[in-house]
Design a protein around this ligand. Structure first.
Ligand code: 5GP
Length: 195
């Protein structure tokens, strides 16, 4: 079996993490790609489950050794990346990989694995909603919030380059639609293949 890639990208605050968790509950054949990052863990985050939390020095060594299929300095000073070893680990046990990744990283993955990836852009209903969601999370300083918001506004322009745009207006509806898209893709329904 050739392992597939299901890529969820979105501006921060669009609700993609909730949708990805929902899909992991529904599809036992999916496994979450745990990224490596240099940002510190937030309260409740677990190393090896949410991220591999590594030092910047370790991250740079891994870049030099070509261990990443993609990586990016998503926010100033904070690196995030997908390790090839992570994809191989998941494919080896016969599962498909699901990603929660930023917009540029998502497009890079799709380009690297054409024909076996489904790339879905989760769009917040409006920039105002996005701003409110980011603030409600309460995990970031005002300065970090502003940086996330600015990046999110820029990222909306990338939506048309994805296979599908999923507007997250009502979470329940968005989860159901995501389930349908992923179900069709995994079962090989030709109407829903990646472009
Ligand atoms: P957070 O700090 O909120 O966990 O994540 C910040 C952003 O980095 C999110 O948009 C998240 O999807 C993205 N991200 C997480 N892992 C990766 C990765 O491996 N590569 C890239 N390019 N972005 C990632």
């Amino acid at each position: 079996m050739e392992g597939k890639l299901i890529i969820f990208s979105a501006p921060s605050g669009a609700g993609k993490t909730t949708i990805v968790r929902h899909l992991l509950d529904r599809f036992p054949q999916l496994a979450f790609s745990v990224s490596a990052t240099t940002r510190p863990p937030r309260a409740g985050e677990v190393d090896g489950r949410d991220y591999y939390f590594i030092s910047k020095e370790d991250f740079l060594h891994r870049i030099a050794r070509h261990e990443f299929v993609e990586f990016e300095e998503v926010y100033s000073g904070a690196f995030y990346g997908t390790l090839l070893s992570e994809l191989e680990r998941i494919w080896k046990v016969g599962k498909h990989v699901i990603f929660d990744i930023d917009v540029e990283g998502g497009l890079r993955l799709k380009k690297k694995y054409p024909g076996r990836s489904l790339a879905i852009f989760v769009q917040p209903p409006s920039l105002d909603t996005l701003k409110a969601r980011l603030a409600a999370r309460g995990t970031d300083s005002a300065e970090k919030l502003e940086e996330r918001y600015r990046k999110a506004s820029r990222e909306l322009d990338y939506a048309p380059r994805f296979d599908h745009i999923l507007v997250n207006d009502e979470l329940e509806k968005a989860c159901a639609e995501a389930e349908r898209l992923v179900g069709d893709f995994l079962s090989g329904n030709p109407e829903n293949q990646s472009r």
